[in-house]
Design a protein around this ligand. Structure first.
Ligand code: GLN
Length: 258
């Protein structure tokens, strides 16, 4: 009996040694995982949105940041935030990255760093389908304009003389306000307006005029986080080279713009 006990103890000891060995080995092999805390404002299809009944973030930006994370060795964690809260969250260090169809502007560049541009966009005016009075931005003088808080669309709206500007938390609310007759026009990014119209919005609304001056989207990072922005730019360049970027682009926009 005593012999058996000793033998069992020896076996147990050997096992635990083996296990410890394994564990130790594993620890050495896998570097501590880097987390990328990402925030977005998901009322901006096809760049970021949540399909009805789903909490999952989907869209071009979401696929892009997940692919960048994978390429650069980060675990990407995405959270939802108001558009106007994104830059403060970056500067306070609550998040590492904001990707939200955010246009690279001189004003924003004073407080945060942008990655290399990844998409060329621009603002456009949307009105109700039966509105034939508004044809250019000059026709918006003194009119009611709906837009999203903290966006370039809001800035443009506020530059219109005498306009009554209502800034909403989400783009969806701005479009709803137009539909409900609470606004004469919406100023928003052209690809987002295009997607909205293509998804059935064209029954009630239309665009007027051309896309205003071009705006480029960039991924926003805290100014101090130079390593992260380098990692993002390097990964993005690799994805452009290996065809992954074009694949994601095609998923959301069809053809590849060169
Ligand atoms: N591109 C616009 C901006 O940067 C709008 C972005 C958005 O509404 N998500 O202000």
């Amino acid at each position: 009996m005593k012999k058996l006990l000793i033998m069992m103890m020896a076996v147990l000891a050997a096992c635990s040694l083996l296990l410890a060995g394994c564990g130790g080995g594993e620890k050495k092999a896998a570097a501590p995982e880097k987390i990328m805390r990402v925030a977005t404002e998901p009322s901006f299809a096809p760049f970021e949105f949540q399909k009805e009944g789903s909490k999952e973030f989907t869209g071009f930006d979401m696929d892009l940041i997940r692919a960048i994370g994978k390429q650069a060795g980060y675990k990407v964690e995405i959270q939802n935030m108001g558009f106007d809260a994104l830059i403060p969250a970056l500067t306070s260090g609550n998040i590492d990255v904001a990707i939200a169809g955010m246009s690279i502007t001189e004003e924003r560049k004073k407080v945060i760093t942008f990655s290399d541009p990844y998409y060329t966009s621009g603002l456009i005016i949307m009105v109700n389908k039966d509105n034939n009075d508004i044809k250019t931005i000059d026709d918006l003088k003194g009119k009611r304009i709906a837009c999203q808080i903290g966006t370039t669309g809001e800035k443009k709206s506020r530059s219109v003389e005498g306009a009554k500007v209502v800034a909403f938390n989400t783009q969806s609310e701005a479009s709803m306000e137009l539909k409900n007759g609470g606004a004469d026009a919406v100023i928003n990014d052209a690809p987002v307006v295009g997607y909205y119209l293509a998804q059935g919005g064209d029954k009630v609304a239309k665009t007027v005029g051309e896309v205003m001056e071009a705006e480029e989207y960039g991924i926003a990072v805290n100014k101090k986080n130079t390593q992260l922005v380098q990692d993002i730019n390097k990964a993005m360049a690799e994805l452009k080279k290996n065809g992954e970027f074009d694949k994601i682009y095609k998923t959301w926009f069809g053809e590849v713009k060169k």
